[in-house]
Design a protein around this ligand. Structure first.
Ligand code: G3P
Length: 219
């Protein structure tokens, strides 16, 4: 996975579910090739097989459960994520928190399966605790800014600086409220290696056009 990267989290938006998820994933793949930039997507478990087979991009699962194969009805088995073709997995997203004590277990399960791990957290204090578990990357997203129009870069640039200091260069992505190329530029200038975003692209009237504009910041 090349850095800097923009990873679009498809969440459970209808615009990014089923056939529409495939269209959106293909738009990402097209933009990544044409602009020679690094893009990834994080998708629902029900779309994982289709999207991992349908595009050559790093495709992440939005969540997994640190369960073993067996009797866990409704669980998302790490092995199933791997078999579905995922490149990696997001752990502890703000909208899908896992108990703190399970984070290390999740990372270990994912790593044993060679799944790239991105662990989300709210701030640099949590990041400092999680970095000890050695995930591949940490994503810092202030929960109160998620889904809004004010980005982490404008509302709290200091949080990006502090997070880079605890996580180290090359291992931090940031997100929440990211809507413009300037938001991305600021985050990268402050030392982040990528962006995790959702509504700015998924809910846009013309997602591909917006994605192209945002990618300008990766150059
Ligand atoms: O995972 C990305 C996310 O939580 C940020 O969402 O809509 O603020 O870009 P959004």
């Amino acid at each position: 996975m090349d850095l800097p990267i923009i990873i679009t989290n498809f969440k459970t938006y209808m615009e990014a579910t089923g056939g529409k998820a495939l269209d959106l994933a293909k738009a990402h793949a097209k933009v990544a090739i044409e602009l020679k930039v690094s893009l990834g997507i994080a998708v629902q478990p029900t779309d994982l097989v289709m999207l991992a087979a349908g595009v050559s991009l790093p495709v992440f699962a939005q969540h997994m459960d640190a369960i073993e194969p067996g009797a866990h009805t409704g669980g998302i088995l790490p092995e199933a994520i791997k078999n579905a073709g995922a490149y990696g997995v997001i752990i502890n997203h703000s909208e899908k928190r896992v108990p703190f004590t399970d984070i290390e277990k999740n990372i270990k399960r994912a790593k044993d399966l060679k799944l790239f791990t991105i662990v989300c957290c709210a701030d640099d204090v949590e990041a400092a605790q999680i970095v000890k578990f050695e995930p591949d990357m940490i994503a810092v997203e202030p929960p109160e800014l998620i889904g809004g129009d004010i980005s982490i870069s404008t509302a709290n640039p200091d949080l990006i600086r502090k997070s880079v200091a605890v996580v180290g260069k090359g291992r931090l992505i940031v997100g929440a409220g990211v809507k413009t190329a300037d938001d991305i530029k600021i985050a990268l200038e402050l030392g982040a290696s990528g962006i995790l975003l959702a509504s700015g692209v998924v809910k846009a009237k013309e997602p591909e056009k917006v994605l192209r504009e945002l990618c300008g910041a990766l150059k």
